[in-house]
Write a protein that binds this ligand. Sequence first.
Ligand code: UDP
Ligand code: MG
Length: 332
Amino acid sequence: MIRDAIRETLRSHDTRRSLSVVVPVYNEQEVLPEFHRRLCTVLATLDMNSQIIYVNDGSTDGSLDVIHGLDARSVRLQLVDLSRNFGKEIALTAGLDHADSDAVVVIDADLQDPPELIPELVSHWLDGYDVVYAKRTQRDGEGVVKRATAFLFYRLIQKMSRVAIPEDTGDFRLLSRRAVDAIKQLREQHRFMKGLFAWIGYPQKAVPYRRAGRFAGTTKWNYWKLWNFALEGITSFTGGPLKVATYAGLASALAALTYGAYFAVRTLLYGNPVPGYPSLVVIVLFLGGIQLLSIGIIGEYLARMFDESKKRPLYFLKTGRSVAPFRRAAPV
Ligand code: UDP
Ligand code: MG
């Protein structure tokens, strides 16, 4: 108790810059001790007043106990314990909401993001960049299909969206205070974080690194989840797919017109022997398909509007305290 009070007093007189490290944790009991050890070693080399914020995203294994047992002698520890599993994006947001430092680093607990890169991120921040993101040059431990789909996805979203979302970056990055404050104002339920980080603007800088395989445990991703993640990214950042209906409609109208003209001419020249059953079926099926597809696309957007319109808080904490949706100051 007294030791805590002394440390708090010392901290409040600390004039160094402060750094928080936000770590979303979902069933990471095997990795956490090693992760914590490596992170603390790195933080000790920085001359900063640092703290680690572990966000327990409703882990069902022993992660919470492991966090409670972590060594807090050399660094301040904060635990944000969510009321259930909300997903990584929301866990990250909860961590950012609780960080009050000059800069915040966001990092995965599975050691795929090397903590040893943090000093380099910090040095670019000191040079004046607001968002310093780690860009992977190589992905170890990931198959060809995963690499190919990731590659395609980044190229696609790059083409479709107006903000430049950097390729081959995860969430591992450093954010300045004003970047964090900007992110905190974006309270949408569907959080495509890479997009949001890019959307806020401010000077951004890429730092290349080699992404390792997971240290232990298993990834929570499968192809269905990745597909939905891609949908999330596209629908959150571009209305482009909504135009499919317009253009498909236009194209099929043109095709119908041409086909009609061809029939008119042919009937005039050769009479009408009433064939054409297969072409009729093909056309009906084709149009039916396009219509269903268009309705589906509209549905994707509508479902997201439905979620947003409920204006629910993004998460609840185990302690019963929830962070209210960020409110902008009343206009003066
Ligand atoms: N994570 C989380 N909530 C989830 C899923 C994952 O907080 O619902 C955390 C997880 O503990 C890890 C990070 O997010 O620290 C990245 O998860 P994972 O390694 O499964 O994703 P990948 O590296 O494959 O993208
Ligand atoms: Mg991982």
